[in-house]
Design a protein around this ligand. Structure first.
Ligand SMILES: Nc1ncnc2c1ncn2[C@@H]1O[C@H](COP(=O)(O)OP(=O)(O)OP(=O)(O)O)[C@@H](O)[C@H]1O
Length: 225
């Protein structure tokens, strides 16, 4: 059986700024992540990791190259179609959960379903159980950092996305919670067949990932150490 492709980035270049002060944030970057595959991207500050997530997530259109999610080519889509792809096909997980302070855990998960039609909605209670969350009626101020991340991960999976983009998920967590959260991401990626790209500075969690890539001055390569 052919492996389903979740994300395909081919020959992407992205230049920030204009005139004399330009920065090549992505320099002919290619990356393919299959459905269910969990990859990590490491690299120093300013090397282009956030730019890679922004391009993969359809937030920035690259200057050249191609970005595909499943069978959809993002290059050339209208802003409206791109927003629709972001809402229905891509899940975003942020550094510290990015939860809305006034909503309970279960309502954070219901939110993505209120923003428009979703072809394959998940059941919020089931998904919270999946990520090991029992405090379903708690608001974020009553949750630990690890629990907030669990809710953030579950929220990102509500639309059954093809692609999960994860930015520094352990930035606010201690070592033990970091391991738990990244193990959970690995489990969800495999169990749901979602291509997952995680940017991290935390080398302790890399054993949970498949391929580890290193970004350096906008160039992406497989990390060899
Ligand atoms: N909007 C922008 N305008 C101009 N330059 C930018 C812009 N965004 C990023 N850059 C530059 O592009 C390069 C890559 O930045 P990027 O944020 O992708 O790096 P990063 O690896 O994610 O860094 P960090 O680990 O600190 O988040 C840097 O030199 C940065 O200064």
């Amino acid at each position: 059986m052919a492996t389903r492709t979740g994300l395909e980035i081919a020959g992407v270049t992205l230049v920030h700024g204009d005139g004399e002060s330009t920065v090549t944030a992505l320099d002919d970057v290619s990356l393919t992540v299959a459905a269910g595959e969990f990859v990590a991207v490491v690299g120093p500050s300013g090397s282009g990791k956030s730019s890679l997530l922004a391009v993969a997530g359809g937030l920035i259109t690259p200057d050249s190259g191609r970005v595909r999610i499943g069978d959809t080519d993002l290059t050339g889509l209208s802003a409206r179609r791109l927003a629709e792809v972001r809402r229905t096909r891509i899940g975003f997980v942020f550094r510290s959960g990015n939860l809305l302070p006034s909503l309970t855990a279960v309502d954070q998960l219901r939110l993505p379903l209120t923003l428009g039609r979703v072809a394959r909605p998940r059941d919020p209670m089931e998904l919270l159980a999946d990520v090991g969350m029992t405090h379903r009626a708690h608001r974020p101020d009553k949750l630990s950092g690890g629990e907030r991340q669990r809710v953030g991960i579950a929220r990102a999976l509500m639309t059954s996305p093809d692609l999960l983009l994860v930015d520094e998920p352990t930035a606010a967590l201690d070592r033990h919670r970091s391991q738990e959260v990244v193990a959970l991401l690995a489990h969800e990626a495999h169990a749901n067949g979602v291509a997952t790209v995680m940017v991290t500075h935390d080398h302790d969690v890399l054993s949970h990932c498949g391929t580890v890539y290193r970004m350096m001055d906008g160039i992406l390569e497989v990390a060899t150490d």
